[in-house]
Design a binder for this molecule. Structure first.
Ligand SMILES: [Zn+2]
Length: 249
C-alpha cells in the first residue's frame, strides 16, 4: 500500500475526482484528502464516507483568515469527531500572496492547532515564505504532524523533525531545476519522510502540463529512491509505515 498524504481530489478541484479515487484504489493507493474551507471540508467528508481508501483531513486555510466566524469553528469542531478524520489540515501560514493579515493568519493557525489538540489529531501544515513563524508557533504547542510539500533547508527540516514533525515530499522533488529540495532530502532521516502529490497541483516533471493525480506518486517515489540510492520498494515500505504511525491509520 502507498499513502498519498496530501491532496485535493474532490469535485470543486477536479471533475473526475471519483474516477481518480477508484483508479487509486485499484493501484493500492490510499488518499488523505485535505479540505481548506467549509465547503471543501464537506466534500472531503462525503468522499471519505463513500470510499474505503479515502481518509479525511479537515481544516481552514490561511486564505480564510479574514472571514472566519465562531460558527465555522464550532462546525469544524463537530466534524472532527467523524471516524474517517485522521488529521487537522490543510492549515498554516502563507506570506507569498500577502503579509498584510499576518496576525490573522497566525491567529487562525493557532485556533486550528487548538482543535487538533482537543481531538488528539496531528496537523497537516502549509507554509510558504513563512517558515520561521510556522516553526515558532509549532514549537510553542504540544502537537505533531507533517510539513506538506516542504521547501525549506535541510537544517530547518531537522528542527521540525525534532518537534515530532514529518517532511512531505511531492512533485517538486522531480522538477529539473529544483536542486534545493533534492539536497534537503539527503540531509534528513527517511524515517521522517512522507510522500504526497498535492493533486491537482504540483505535477511531477514526467507529466508536466497535466493535472496531477495520486497515480503520479510513482514518479516521486522513483526520484526519492534514486536520490537516496535505495530500492523503490523500500521507499514505499518506510514512507507508508511513517504515514500509518503519524496518522494512526
Ligand atoms: Zn494542499
Amino acid at each position: 500500500m502507498i499513502i498519498d498524504t496530501h491532496c485535493h481530489i474532490y469535485y470543486s478541484e477536479m471533475d473526475n475526482a471519483e474516477e481518480i479515487i477508484r483508479q487509486a484504489a485499484e493501484n493500492d493507493i490510499c488518499i488523505i484528502l485535505n479540505g481548506t474551507d467549509p465547503s471543501s471540508n464537506r466534500e472531503v467528508l462525503e468522499l471519505s464516507a463513500k470510499y474505503e481508501n479515502v481518509y479525511a483531513a479537515l481544516g481552514y486555510f490561511y486564505s480564510f483568515a479574514d472571514e472566519i466566524t465562531d460558527e465555522d469553528i464550532s462546525l469544524l469542531d463537530s466534524q472532527l469527531t467523524n471516524d474517517k478524520v485522521i488529521a487537522v489540515g490543510e492549515i498554516g501560514i502563507d506570506y507569498y500572496h500577502t503579509k498584510d493579515n499576518a496576525d490573522k493568519q497566525k491567529e487562525l493557525f493557532e485556533k486550528m492547532i487548538g482543535l487538533a489538540q482537543k481531538h488528539d489529531l496531528p496537523v497537516i501544515v502549509h507554509s510558504r515564505k513563512a517558515i520561521q513563524d510556522t516553526f515558532d508557533i509549532l514549537k510553542k504547542h504540544d502537537v505533531v504532524g507533517s510539513l506538506h510539500c516542504y521547501q525549506g533547508s535541510g537544517e530547518m527540516a531537522r528542527e521540525f523533525i525534532k518537534l515530532g514533525f514529518y517532511i512531505g515530499i511531492g512533485g517538486p522533488v522531480t522538477h529539473k531545476n529544483n536542486k534545493k529540495i533534492r539536497k534537503m532530502l539527503k540531509k534528513i532521516d527517511i524515517n521522517h519522510i512522507l510522500v504526497e502529490t498535492d493533486s491537482p497541483y504540483l505535477t511531477p516533471e514526467e507529466k508536466r502540463g497535466e493535472k496531477n493525480t495520486s497515480l503520479n506518486l510513482k514518479y516521486i517515489i522513483r526520484k526519492i529512491a534514486e536520490e537516496l540510492d535505495i530500492e523503490e520498494d523500500k521507499v514505499i515500505e518506510i514512507t507508508t509505515d511513517n504515514a500509518k504511525r503519524l496518522f494512526n491509520i
